[in-house]
Design a binder for this molecule. Structure first.
Ligand SMILES: [Zn+2]
Length: 347
């Protein structure tokens, strides 16, 4: 890589969204005078009688969770989208609105309240992946559902109020903005080169090596060149797959393995249960073909310098565009120096 990029302000291009990010590596030595928060190390119980996601407990809706032993999903009691909202097509001068139908679900990753993905066994994470596949197919198979967004908000700092290991799935009739952006980049590249944009990027990254975090037979975890969040990462399948429904059983296992490895590194970084939002981007479920698409999972973690110092998207970033101080290469180096053994399991 051009070493000048380590010391001088520059812009990097995000090939997936077509957007630019400002990188200011010369600033990393300035003293920190921002917000700090109390780091909490609390011992968690495997069952919490007041948790609405634990097996056998009653939720706000009055429904009782079954005594589940494996990943369990249900329709969110406070869904942001509803399957039967009325048809609206509103336009008045410059004001425009349209109806949106959808189904929101919650996926409990494990019955054990005290766990998180990095603390779960690989075979149990594989079951979470199988649940994602099942939901993607079932929800996506519905006539009114054209896109299925699988994601996880981890940690109170990300606005997640319940520590029980769980994620969410929002599925809807329209195709959301972030997916549309990526769709056009994938398509453009495909029409010009006849190959997968992300597949070719992966090949280049594997050759360069400096942003690679983990690699196994079927998946690669890396810090994308255009990362916005300090320790942003991406998991990409080596095979050119459009959606998780296409994963074979070997790939499911390899996905679980890399997911565990990456999230262990994250927890080890500041010896805390590392907060993030993660999500899977894949093809719409509107019945159309998208051979150009290459599914992937992104992690956007807010922590910057310690368990208590987080990055804020304010000022310039609100008004102009994203900016970061430490480079993607520095972040990858930092993560690669960490142990593969979770800090809570070390003796
Ligand atoms: Zn719980």
């Amino acid at each position: 890589m051009n070493t000048e990029l380590n010391n001088t302000p520059h812009r990097r291009y995000n090939i997936l969204t077509g957007e630019w990010i400002l990188v200011s590596p010369h600033r990393t030595k300035r003293p920190w005078q921002g917000k700090t928060e109390e780091s909490k190390k609390e011992k968690k119980e495997t069952y919490d009688p007041s948790c609405y996601l634990c097996p056998g407990n009653t939720r706000a809706s009055g429904d009782t969770n079954p005594d589940y032993k494996e990943p369990f999903s249900f329709v969110n009691d406070f869904s942001s989208l509803l399957p039967d909202s009325p048809e609206i097509d509103f336009e008045e001068g410059l004001l425009k609105a349209e109806s949106e139908k959808g189904i929101c679900k919650v996926v409990c990753f494990s019955p054990d309240h005290s766990l998180t993905l990095p603390l779960m066994e690989e075979e149990d994470i594989t079951k979470v992946i199988q649940m994602w596949k099942k939901e993607y197919k079932e929800l996506g198979g519905k006539k009114e559902i054209n896109y299925v967004q699988i994601f996880e908000n981890k940690g109170a700092i990300m606005g997640c109020s319940n520590p029980h290991p769980h994620g969410q799935i929002w599925s809807q009739s329209s195709i959301p903005t972030e997916v549309l952006k990526k769709s056009s980049r994938f398509k453009e590249y495909w029409e010009e080169n006849g190959s997968s944009l992300l597949g070719d990027y992966l090949e280049q990254e594997l050759k360069a090596g400096e942003r690679i975090l983990e690699e196994n037979g079927h998946f690669v975890a890396l810090v994308p060149y255009w990362a916005v969040w300090p320790f942003e990462a991406m998991i990409v399948p080596k095979r050119h797959l459009q959606h998780i429904g296409q994963l074979n059983s070997e790939e499911e296992k390899a996905y679980a393995q890399i997911l565990k490895k990456l999230t262990i590194k994250y927890d080890n970084l500041f010896e805390t249960s590392f907060p993030y939002s993660s999500g899977i981007h894949q093809i719409p479920t509107n019945g159309k073909e998208y051979p150009e698409w290459h599914f992937h999972m992104s992690f956007y973690p807010p922590l910057l310098r310690s368990a208590t110092v987080k990055k804020f998207m304010v000022g310039y970033e609100m008004f102009a565009g994203p900016q970061r101080d430490i480079t993607a290469e520095q972040a990858a180096k930092r993560l690669n120096e960490l142990s593969d053994i979770h800090y809570l399991k070390k003796e």
